[in-house]
Design a protein around this ligand. Structure first.
Ligand code: 4NP
Length: 155
């Protein structure tokens, strides 16, 4: 198989999916893998913006720099560009199903479906909470990154 391509999708693409993106990119780089990792939002309100400063801070505290990421809205073309599209919650999953072309190449599921014992769960949205919530999101992002590595035989 050629190098897998993975897209994480949340609502705004400034909190949850950039953290999952950053956590997986970090591991992919550590392992010397040439995988494609990206993130997007079902909504476009934050397009062009860097991640939420609380997301950048929690990633940086764990040695991962996500400041270079810029939010973008997911497109139908992403279903042809990526092998695996991972929705951070059920609303995002429904939104993605609504725009998915019938012959989509990408496999689509919840991100936590790849984490043993967390199948069917949503990554909680930390946007309206305090900094502690971002610690929970980072832990989920790391577990998801390991789940993706396992899914493609590198865990
Ligand atoms: P995210 O969090 O989907 O994890 O990026 C949110 C970011 C922004 C908003 C909601 C959730 N918002 O309503 O602007």
């Amino acid at each position: 198989m050629t190098s897998p391509s993975i897209l994480f999708v949340c609502l705004g693409n400034i909190c949850r999916s950039p953290l999952a993106d950053g956590a997986l990119r970090h591991r992919v780089r550590q392992l010397g893998l040439g995988w494609t990792v990206d993130s997007a939002g079902t909504g476009g309100w934050h397009a062009g913006e860097p991640p939420d400063r609380r997301a950048m801070a929690i990633a940086k505290a764990h040695g991962v720099d996500i400041a270079g990421l810029r939010a973008r809205q997911v497109q139908r073309a992403d279903f042809e560009r990526f092998d695996l599209i991972l929705a951070m919650d059920h609303d995002n999953l429904d939104g993605l199903k609504a725009i998915a072309p019938p012959d989509a190449r990408a496999e689509l599921c919840l991100a936590l479906d790849l984490v043993a014992g967390r199948e069917g769960e949503a990554v909680a949205d930390p946007y309206y909470g305090d900094a502690d919530g971002f610690g929970v999101t980072w832990a989920d992002a790391q577990a998801i990154a390991e789940g993706v590595l396992r899914r493609f035989g590198r865990g």
